[in-house]
Every structure is written in C-alpha cells, then in structure tokens.
Design a protein around this ligand. Structure first.
Ligand code: GLA
Length: 403
C-alpha cells in the first residue's frame, strides 16, 4: 500500500514538473500583427508574405514588432483521415510550414489561431480532444505563438482546458507564446499567470473611441469601454503574463489623434501591441504612430508595471506608469470634443503609486519632461505644465529625475 502511495505521488510529481508554460518568452508585452480585425477569414498566403515584407520595409521589425499571427479561417472545414488539421488548400496552397519558413527567413516569428472548443468561432475544427495532436503539428510547422480561443466550449472548465493546451505545447519542447482568448469570462487574471503569457480581458474590440455594440450575450467595445471595464487588473500583469486589451484598431478608421491615444493607452497599460490594420496600405501618419520608439519603450519597459488612472474629470484623464530608473510615463488625455487648455501643478496632487509604492519624489530638485510623441524636452516639473491638447488627443510625457 505504502509503495502504491509513493508511486502515485511520484507520478503526480512528474506530472506537476511537466505542467508548466515556457518561461522567459514574453518578459515584455509581445508585439506583432494579427489578421482578424481587418481581414476576418479572408486570409491567404500572399497576405502573410506581403505583411512580412512590410514589417521589414516599413521599419516595423526595427521598431520591435515580431509576431505575424494568422487568426481564424486558415483551416479547411474538416480534419484529414488521420484527424490532422489541414490548411485551407485554396488560401494556403503551399501549406503552413513553407509560410512559417518565409516569415522566419525575414527574422520574424509566426503565430496561429485555434480554439479550445469543438469548433472555432468561425466554424472550423477546434482542438477539443485533439490538443496534443494539434500542438505536435503546430510545433512541426515551427510556429512561435498560439492564440487559443473559447467558442463552442460548452461544459469545459476554462482553467483545465487552457492548462491542457499549455501542457501539450510544453511537451513539444518548443518556445511557443500561449495567448489565452476567453474574453475575461472566467477571470483568467486570477489563474492564468502560470498557464499563458497573455490573456484577453474583454470581448472583441471595434474601431471606435467610446462605443459599445451588443450582440446579445456579448458586446464589442471601443477603446474607452475596454480600458474602463477592467481597470483594476493592473496587479495581475507583469513580466511573462499580461492583460491583453485585444488587437489594436490603429489605422482602421478613427482619427489620427484618437489613434495616438489608443496606442498610448495600450502602451501604458502594458497590453501586447498587436497591430490589426492592413500594413500594406496604411497612411504615413498611422505608420508614424505605430513605429514611435519612445512610446513603444514605455510599453516595453523592463519593470512591466501597468499604468493607473491618477486623476479623472469628464474632460481630462491623467494616467501614470512607473518606469525603470525612477522614471515615469504620464499621459494627459483630452476626452472632450474641444481643445483643452492645461495648467498642471505636479506637486498639488502628488503622484504616488499604491501598488509599487513608488512616488514622484520631492527629494529630486525636479524632473525633466520629455514629450514622447513630439520627441522633445518641454521643461521641468518645478513649474506648472502649460499646454494645449486637441480634442481626443494625448500629451504623453516621460519624466526623468534630475539627480
Ligand atoms: C473571437 C476572438 C477574436 C477572433 C475571432 C475569430 O471572437 O475574440 O479575436 O479571434 O474569435 O473567429
């Protein structure tokens, strides 16, 4: 009997040892592109290759974007006679492996979409019951990222289902970023730190500033409803495990200033920066926003602390994010429909982060202020910050202590 207990314990231990995610893959929020927001299931191999080319030619790769992720719609409607997933032969005549090789040849990484349920959200074969077989195939193809959705998952336990796929990926011994997409329904921030590298916190995004569209049992949300819905989740994010605010809508129809706010907020909130627009046709202004290295550096800061709302009125929101080296990122967002005249006293409402216990310190003579979008110094914190901010625009700053 004792032997039996010891044996069971050893088995349990060995399972526990195997049951982990690959660490150190997403110490800063993953950056890349995903096909869904713009293309839906209308995807094909030319799109992927042209997107990979655009990453390199437009400087997106240099700016830090790495993953090219094919979302729903890449598969044929049926598995083959061995129950393997099959790429849609019309959309991907060369198969997935050669596409992965092409993307890798550009120094980039490749991601795919699957679903924990019986079928994906668009009705293609899901991984339920085939997790290890599918993970093995993905690893053979050389993928680097898996987005794993939650449609048609009736009677599945979310934590268990995502753990199963995590373990299946881990068993392949390949570094694959695991992106959990169950829309925040089962509060993944409470259990997914050791399961995936990022987890969606809401249903799907749409390209609007402040709107919500109901689809019955779920809603699509614009930028501000997403930010506000789960603004208390910052304590759950950190290196290797991020709150995912969804693929971005920058370049998909909002104004350039709204796009700047969207990009600034996703950066401050340490969301993965996953582009969702057509890179081949975007405007110069959109590209300028997306490759702004100052803003990206805020998102990629090694401390990995998510921003919080410091002060809020109907017109103005001030968000702050502690950075490495005792620096801070501070965003003044004009949410109103008119230009805002700002005069801000840095010491009247001292910046003091309850989570990290960091504060803007009086011990320094002052902080120098750098405007991250305009790329210029604009003064010190020992006088009031005076500025005009256009409607739906942001003044995004970095403060550095004058030591
Ligand atoms: C869900 C996800 C989206 C996208 C679609 C694909 O709605 O939340 O991001 O992957 O499925 O069908």
């Amino acid at each position: 009997m004792r032997k039996l207990v010891l044996f069971s314990l050893l088995i349990a231990l060995s399972i526990c040892v195997n049951a982990q995610k690959v660490e150190n893959l997403a110490l800063t929020p993953p950056m890349g592109w995903n096909s869904w927001n713009t293309f839906g299931t209308d995807i094909n191999e030319q799109l992927v290759m042209q997107t990979a080319d655009a990453f390199v030619e437009l400087g997106l790769k240099d700016a830090g974007y790495k993953y090219i992720v094919l979302d729903d719609g890449w598969m044929a409607k049926e598995r083959d006679e061995n129950n393997n997933l099959v790429p849609d032969p019309k959309k991907f005549p060369g198969g997935i492996k050669s596409l992965v090789d092409y993307v890798h040849s550009k120094g980039l990484k490749f991601g795919l979409y699957e679903c924990a349920g019986n079928q994906t959200c668009a009705g293609y074969p899901g991984s339920r019951g085939f997790e290890y077989q599918d993970a093995k195939l993905f690893a053979e193809w050389g993928i680097d990222f898996l987005k794993y959705d939650w449609c048609n998952s009736e009677n599945l336990n979310a934590k268990g289902a995502y753990e199963t796929m995590r373990d299946a990926l881990y068993a392949c011994k390949q570094p694959i970023v695991f992106s959990i997409c169950e829309w925040g329904d089962n509060e993944p921030w409470k259990w997914a730190k050791d399961v995936g590298h990022m987890w969606r916190v809401t249903g799907d995004i749409i390209n609007c500033w402040d709107c919500e569209v109901s689809h019955g049992n779920w809603s699509s949300r614009g930028i501000w409803p997403i930010i506000n819905l789960h603004k208390d989740l910052r304590k759950y994010a950190g290196p290797g495990h991020w709150n995912d605010l969804d693929m971005m809508e920058v370049g998909n129809g909002m104004t350039d200033s709204e796009d700047r706010v969207h990009f600034a907020m996703w950066s401050l909130l340490t969301s993965p920066l996953i582009l969702g627009n057509d890179l081949r046709t975007m405007s110069k202004e959109t590209l300028k926003t997306l490759v702004n290295k100052n803003v990206i550096a805020v998102n990629q800061d090694v401390l990995g602390v998510q921003a919080y709302c410091h002060l809020k009125s109907p017109e103005l929101e001030i968000w702050v994010k502690p950075l490495d080296n005792e620096e801070w990122a501070v965003a003044f967002v004009n949410r109103s429909n008119e230009e805002l005249q700002l005069s801000f006293d840095w010491w009247k409402h001292p910046i003091n982060d309850q989570l990290t216990h960091k504060e803007l310190e009086k011990k320094y003579k002052s902080y120098s202020i750098y405007d991250l979008y305009a790329s210029k110094n604009i003064g010190l914190t020992n006088t009031n910050l005076v500025s005009k901010i256009k409607e739906h625009d942001v003044l995004l700053l970095k403060l550095s202590p004058q030591k």
